[in-house]
Design a binder for this molecule. Structure first.
Ligand SMILES: Nc1ncnc2c1ncn2[C@@H]1O[C@H](COP(=O)(O)OP(=O)(O)OP(=O)(O)O)[C@@H](O)[C@H]1O
Length: 292
């Protein structure tokens, strides 16, 4: 399976939300990382045929997805940022209902729902009402509905938003498990989600992919170093204005700073190994601790 984006652009009036994207996507997990408003949802809605590009084409194994119609939708599973459900439906009824909307026969659907409830760890909650579920359980139900038709392309828009750390880890593991033999594209602005599970990372800024590759490629693309140093509170305040500070931690009256810069911020600073969070700040952050 291959998805190809060829000069894909989406404008809203004069505003360009997605700007001339060219990507070739094969099986694997792709992490779309960007600040709010970067164009992630617009990008995903186009791949799901919910929004046509203003210009350019999206091809699935060489065929235009907007012309494939039902054939393409059968290949697709989508978990939107906010997914609608009837609060009084039980988890099982909700999944059976979505299965019927997807045209899955009741006999097949019953078996599939059972399998998926098992896979997402919701067997015991099958008869719980949707309104009684925790945030993590709701998201797991959301992923189960996206997986009903065993899609070859799975699109997850901010799947871990609002989850607590243990739910987030559990959800990440689930996504990794589901990623065998399919294309999974997930968007987030939570760096660690991507760091752990994406084979390829796309950094999106103002509608463009400014950098793509695996974690090592991302780190290698940085033209600056990451430095660690320990300074007084007064110096830390000054340095915050001067440099991109990716972390600060106060300890024993001193402040440990993690700084992204093209030169040592102070002579004693030592170079340390960058993380994806540093890369994110390198591309998106500003000096003075402000981010876009
Ligand atoms: N229907 C629309 N009409 C006008 N502008 C839109 C529309 N949809 C999106 N935009 C604009 O396009 C830009 C990209 O929006 P998009 O929702 O794709 O970003 P995002 O990266 O998903 O952000 P977030 O993380 O906040 O969801 C934003 O500036 C948004 O205001």
């Amino acid at each position: 399976m291959e998805l190809q984006m060829v000069n894909v652009t989406r404008k809203f009036g004069e505003f360009c939300a997605v700007d001339d994207l060219n990507l070739t996507i094969t099986n694997g997990v792709y992490g779309l990382l960007g600040v709010n408003g970067a164009g992630k949802t617009t990008f995903m809605r186009m791949i799901c045929t919910l929004l046509p590009p203003t210009s350019g084409q999206i091809l699935c194994d060489g065929k235009d997805i907007f012309q494939m119609d039902g054939e393409y939708r059968n290949l697709l599973g989508y978990l939107p940022q906010e997914f609608g459900f009837y609060p009084d439906f039980t988890v099982k009824d909700y999944l059976m209902y979505i299965a019927s909307l997807k045209g899955i026969r009741p006999m097949v659907a019953g078996k599939r729902v059972k399998e998926l409830l098992e896979q997402v760890g919701l067997t015991k909650a099958a008869n719980k009402k949707m309104k009684k579920l925790s945030g993590g359980m709701k998201r797991r139900t959301g992923i189960a509905q996206a997986m009903l038709n065993n899609p070859k392309i799975l699109i997850l828009d901010e799947p871990t938003a609002g989850l607590d750390p243990s739910e987030r880890v559990r959800f990440r593991n689930l996504i990794s498990e589901l990623s065998e033999e399919r294309i999974v594209i997930l968007s987030t602005h939570i760096v660690s989600d991507i760091e752990y599970i994406a084979n390829e990372i796309w950094l999106m800024k103002e509608g463009q992919i400014v950098q793509q590759g695996n974690l090592d490629d991302m780190i290698a693309s940085m033209q600056e170093n990451v430095y660690a140093c320990e300074v007084s509170q007064a110096d830390a305040t000054k340095m915050m204005k001067q440099f991109k500070v990716s972390n600060m931690k106060s300890e024993r009256g001193m402040v440990e700073l993690r700084i992204i810069a093209d030169r040592p911020p102070i002579p004693e600073a030592c170079v340390i190994e960058p993380t994806l969070e540093d890369v994110f700040l390198y591309y998106f952050g500003e000096k003075g601790g402000e981010t876009e």
